[in-house]
Design a protein around this ligand. Structure first.
Ligand code: TK8
Length: 337
């Protein structure tokens, strides 16, 4: 035995044998974690979920098994949020915009033309402001782990090119189920139709709505080019996704398990942002190739849009959001280069 021991040590095999012992000394139980999301498996969202699945397996020695459910197969964003709160589902990723029924403050991120670029967004979402909002989810039964990038949102429709705000007049435009979006697009003269993302493709296909707004990566991965002819690069809102856990479930985990989840989530955030940004660079060419007619908005036109959304901003401020909006604008100014 003594001889065997010294041979093992000498050959370095001891480390290999002892390593799994150390891993199992962690308080980690075999668990199945259902992780739902709205986009397709091949989307930027799907790729990041896959990354998270692998990270969790790696970091837990295969014990924390995450299963991704794409295409809203566990439900729309709002349905999944409620399933998490009730403890019927463990994890999800979705838009912060659909959280406003749970924590109203999230609506501040839906106000248009706040962020100039992704770096400003990263600094604010990962900084004290983003963390403070995420923490507000705790008392509502959710744990906000990390923000992923959905991206800057752009307009598509099947009716006509939108080169000036007036072109939106009368267009039935699907928006997320969120009052700021409804006010904003009604303010631009469109007819805002709140609808869950999972119902959107069919709504456009059947003509229930004429258009929608989402980042170019989503317009590509959800094949919106099949039912939408015109794309306007408006970048009107920077849209984050948030990775959520059911608090009821999370509270029953060991400290080791929670640590693994937090670390895997942070790694997934870094992967997702890089991957989404690379993918979005290819999207415009891809969408053009698929036959979309694409235009940008002039600075003058964007300036007019900023003016036109002032009433929606004022309404948000008047309804109790003034301090929050000031604080966010202050944070953005701090990180603006
Ligand atoms: C996917 C949604 C989507 C969002 C929307 O579940 O609803 O338009 O942009 O990414 O969260």
């Amino acid at each position: 035995m003594k001889l065997l021991r010294s041979v093992l040590l000498a050959t370095g095999l001891a480390a290999a044998i002892l390593a799994p012992v150390a891993a199992s000394a962690q308080d980690v139980k075999p668990r199945l974690i259902r992780f739902g999301y709205g986009l397709s498996e091949s989307s930027n969202q799907g790729r990041a979920v896959k990354f998270f699945v692998e990270e969790m397996a790696k970091r837990s020695g295969g014990k924390l098994k995450v299963k991704g459910f794409a295409d809203a197969s566990l439900g729309s964003d709002i349905q999944m949020q409620n399933a998490l709160i009730g403890g019927a589902q463990e994890m999800m990723v979705g838009s912060t915009a659909t959280l406003v029924g749970i924590v109203k403050d999230f609506a501040v991120f839906d106000l248009p033309f706040l962020f100039n670029n992704e770096q400003e967004a990263d600094a604010v979402f990962d900084g004290p402001f983003g963390q403070k909002l995420a923490a507000k989810l705790n008392e509502k039964g959710l744990v906000g782990l990390v923000y992923w990038e959905n991206g800057f949102r752009n307009l598509t429709n099947s009716k006509r090119p939108v080169t000036k705000v007036e072109d939106l007049k009368g267009i039935k435009l699907r928006v997320m189920q969120n009052p700021v979006y409804i006010d904003m697009f009604n303010g631009f003269g469109a007819n805002a139709v709140p609808l869950s993302f999972s119902e959107l493709f069919t709504a456009m296909e059947t003509g229930t709505v004429d258009g929608q707004e989402n980042p170019v990566t989503t317009i590509q991965s959800s094949k919106f080019y099949e039912v939408q002819k015109y794309l306007t690069i408006s970048k009107h809102v920077y849209s984050p996704w948030i990775v959520l856990a059911s608090k009821r479930w999370y509270d029953g985990l060991s400290a080791d398990e929670r640590k693994i989840i937090a670390e895997a989530a942070a790694a997934s955030r870094d992967f997702e942002r890089k991957d989404s940004r690379e993918a979005s660079k290819q999207s415009i060419a891809y969408l053009k190739d698929k036959g979309m007619q694409i235009n940008e908005l002039s600075d003058a036109e964007l300036g007019r849009m900023r003016e036109m959304v002032k009433p929606a901003m004022d309404k948000f401020a008047a309804e109790g959001g003034a301090d929050l909006l000031n604080e966010l604008q202050g944070e953005i100014t701090k990180v603006r280069k």
